[in-house]
Design a protein around this ligand. Structure first.
Ligand SMILES: *Cc1c(COP(=O)(O)O)cnc(C)c1O
Length: 477
């Protein structure tokens, strides 16, 4: 175990601290040169500096108290107003900023649970109905707030059948949720059809546009075909949109908007008996950093419609070029439909995870998905120059794995293959928690990638066992 770091006895000089910080992050994901897909939505240096300056201006401020920090509250109100306009909310639209998509969605679960408690007090076991592709923040929210999440199956491309949504709604359903688009394959769920079912059943509906909120409106203006999905759809009662994705704000900013105050009211929390005084908070945190609010506000104003349109055009161009290039590689298939800037590819001929390992070794950020095994790429204008390089490396990686199918049982591919294939999901969860324990051990050790990792060895052995059992079952049939 490495030695535990202690707080220095005397404070170090600023220059040497920053020098260390720079050295620490030197080998982190290379997001400025388009080699990561997702994680960072890089707007370019100039815009970055604007949001950085606004962030620094309000770095120490605390949005917990809107009376003390009226200027910050004004920025939050204006962010909500600008977003309500973008998402075609009626004049009654209200909302708050949150720390990110996850907080927005946790609040969605809490708000509609509490609305149901007030409106339908006889419901003992509240249920939220959503397609299987809904973001896991809903699982987290359901877990935290004692709600059941009933998931509606989707096909391999990620399409949900609205009739299946209708069948999943029961007397205990307090909310129907869907995505625009869902993250997995980038398909925009059929919001109008689902919303009309929700309305018919008198159930509110949330649209998770955490990903799409700040890209789909611009793509629509550029002529990309997609279903209507925002507040224009009757029956949509709330929308979440992440400013820290295509809003090009720094991390820590999302908005959650409701059609009317009668929904938002149930998001608020008030504690009235604390000796410390009356305590109110609009979201999950207590202390709320001012930086992300100011930076998001500056981002919307600094970018403007023309800035967003220009970046959306670049992101779309990158996505279309990537899709076309992948379709031209024999053995690969693009999942979903071209209605967003998400490109997900899969293969029935080569092991997807082994190809992913090859790409990672070539310095690409790789986002592995399961059921089916696939790789996800979120496209941004910043990825445009690297698309041809990615396609070259992908073509090469596919050829290499075709020639070396044994790579599927080595390295990370073995682990991911196992995690996707093992039917005992409890065992998978326990394996994943083992990995997290390693990551958060006192020495902060991350799993090493040289194949000597105990989790990898375990995975390789378990994968063999699964295949042996499957083989035996096939022969027995
Ligand atoms: C990113 C994302 C979220 C979660 O947002 P975080 O900011 O990562 O917490 C939720 N839904 C969708 C569709 C997303 O893409």
């Amino acid at each position: 175990m490495t030695q535990r770091l202690a707080i220095p006895t005397t404070g170090r000089d600023a220059a040497s601290v920053l020098e260390d910080a720079r050295a620490y992050i030197a080998d982190d994901a290379d997001y400025k040169n388009g080699r990561t897909w997702s994680m960072v939505y890089w707007p370019g240096e100039e815009h970055h500096h604007l949001t950085e300056a606004a962030n620094n201006l309000c770095l120490a401020q605390n949005a917990l108290n809107p009376y003390a920090f009226k200027g910050l509250k004004r920025m939050e109100t204006e962010v909500v107003q600008m977003c309500a306009g973008l998402l075609n909310g009626p004049p009654t639209t209200v909302g708050t900023m949150t720390s990110g998509g996850t907080e927005s969605l946790l609040l969605v679960v809490k708000t509609y649970r509490d609305l149901a408690r007030a409106r339908w007090p006889w419901i003992r076991r509240p249920v939220i109905v959503a397609p299987k592709t809904i973001h896991p923040a809903f699982d987290k929210g359901a877990h935290l707030f004692g709600v059941r999440l009933r998931k509606v199956p989707v096909d391999a491309d990620g399409h949900v059948d609205p009739h299946a949504v209708r069948r999943a709604i029961c007397r205990n359903t307090v909310l129907v949720a869907a995505s625009a688009p869902q993250y997995v394959t980038g398909v925009v769920d059929p919001i109008p059809a689902i919303a009309s079912i929700a309305r018919e059943r008198r159930v509110p509906m949330h649209v998770d546009a955490c990903f799409g909120g700040f890209i789909l409106p611009w793509l629509e203006r550029l002529g990309v075909r997609m279903p209507v999905w925002d507040f224009r759809v009757h029956g949509v009662t709330s929308v979440s949109a992440d400013l820290h994705k295509y809003g090009y704000a720094p991390k820590g900013a999302s908005v959650l908007l409701f059609r009317e105050m009668r929904y938002l009211r149930h998001q608020f929390f008030a504690s009235t008996d604390w000796p410390g005084g009356i305590y109110i908070s609009p979201g999950l945190p207590g202390t709320r950093p001012g930086g992300p609010i100011a930076a998001a506000w500056a981002s919307l104003l600094g970018m403007g419609e023309d800035g967003y349109l220009e970046r959306a055009r670049g992101a779309w161009e990158a996505a279309e070029a990537l899709r076309a290039g992948i379709r031209a590689i024999p053995g690969l298939r693009v999942l979903g439909e071209p209605m967003s800037t998400i490109v997900t590819w899969t293969s029935a001929e080569v092991d997807v995870y082994a190809v992913a390992d090859q790409l990672q070794a070539k310095g690409w950020g790789v986002d592995r998905q399961q059921h089916p095994s696939s790789v996800h790429c979120t496209c941004n204008a910043s990825n445009l120059p690297s698309v041809p390089l990615y396609l070259d490396d992908l073509r090469e990686a596919v050829a290499h794995v075709r020639a070396h199918p044994e790579l599927a049982r080595e390295g990370d591919a073995a682990v991911y293959g196992l995690l996707a294939r093992v039917p005992l999901r409890g065992m998978v969860k326990s394996g994943v928690l083992d990995v997290m324990e390693k990551m958060y051990a006192p020495d902060g050790g991350t799993p090493d990638l040289d194949g000597d990792d105990p989790v990898q060895r375990w995975a390789t052995r378990a994968l063999d066992a699964v295949d042996r059992v499957k083989g035996a079952l096939r022969r027995g049939r």
